[in-house]
Ligand binder design. Structure first.
Ligand code: ACO
Length: 273
């Protein structure tokens, strides 16, 4: 089934044709939502409109969705930000960073925060997001993959945090998951050299859960999705919430959090009322 991003029909609705214009597809099939970056001729380069549409998809995700797959059509997952955003002309209707440079700080910050909203919802505890990544995942492409809980990659994957090489910082929420996954030293090395990380290293560093031949990527994601869906939703949500909080807590605090989540689980499973 293909659906509009908002089933309720509010001002947030993003239609399939609007998505197509932006270069996105969005499909919901039962518990699985699939978002496809669909501008393969431009290597799925991303614009403000891409991020705004992603945010609206997240805000209007149907309740039954438990898994969100983010994938890219064509040879590359995403070649990052649309480079027209760095030209004075920008992307038609969306402006550019050249014009944004003269914004007041607060307005500029709001603009970046709006873009980040497209990425942040992918960490919601009640869903599991999976990036299926083949070919290039550069800059914003790498950050979109990092925004997901899990990454399944094709053997030809090429991750690259290119922003510092362009005089910028990665600001689409990618720096924290990168540090969480690979550690501070490796994150500094990867970002400040803007070097490419291929599949075997990505798996070794924990950037990807598994690497498969390109022709097997879709099946690998289906297999993982099936295994994730076999787990009770309430338990999966509570466990993800617990794991997400673990890095920010002491052992004692985590033990308290475990107790609280477990009491809620046991009451749900066995409580009389
Ligand atoms: N923005 C806009 N258009 C792009 C982008 C991009 N980021 N990347 C590729 N394209 C376009 C190319 O201009 C080309 O268009 P054309 O056919 O009209 O000439 C088309 O996509 C195909 O690109 P090629 O370079 O021919 O494809 P190839 O497979 O050989 O190379 C690669 C792919 C390596 C990704 C290359 O396109 C590239 O280096 N792109 C730029 C990557 C980049 O610097 N991204 C910004 C990172 S920083 C950030 O995201 C904040």
């Amino acid at each position: 089934m293909t659906v509009d991003a908002n089933l309720g029909g509010s001002a947030e609705t993003v239609s399939a044709s609007e998505l197509a214009e932006i270069g996105l597809r969005y499909e919901v099939d039962g518990a699985i939502a699939t978002i496809t970056l669909d501008r393969p001729d431009k290597r799925n380069a991303q614009t403000f409109a891409t991020w705004s549409a992603l945010a609206r998809i997240g805000e209007n995700l149907p309740d039954q969705v438990r898994i969100v797959v983010v994938r890219g059509e064509g040879p590359s997952f995403s070649a990052g930000i649309d480079l027209r955003m760095f030209t004075p002309e920008g992307v038609p209707g969306q402006g550019s960073f050249v014009s944004a440079a003269s914004l007041e700080d607060s307005a500029f910050e709001r603009r970046i925060a709006d873009a980040q909203r497209g990425f942040l919802w992918l960490r919601r505890p009640d869903i599991v997001s999976i990036a299926a990544v083949q070919g290039h995942a550069i800059g914003a492409g790498f950050q979109l993959a990092l925004a997901c809980d899990l990454r399944v990659v094709a053997d030809d994957v090429k991750f690259c945090m290119k922003e510092p090489a362009l005089g910028l910082v990665p600001d689409l929420t990618g720096t924290k998951p990168l540090v969480d996954l690979v550690g501070l030293s490796r994150a500094i090395e990867l970002c400040l050299t803007a070097r490419v990380v291929a599949a075997d290293e990505a798996v070794r560093l924990g950037l990807a859960e598994l690497a498969v031949p390109p022709g097997e990527l879709a099946q690998a994601v289906r297999d993982l999705t099936g295994a994730l869906l076999a787990t009770d939703r309430g338990a999966a949500t509570a466990t993800k919430r617990l794991l997400q909080g673990a890095l920010g807590r002491t052992l004692d605090q985590q033990a308290v959090a475990e107790r609280r989540e477990q009491i809620a689980r046991i009451r749900t499973l066995f409580g009389s009322s």
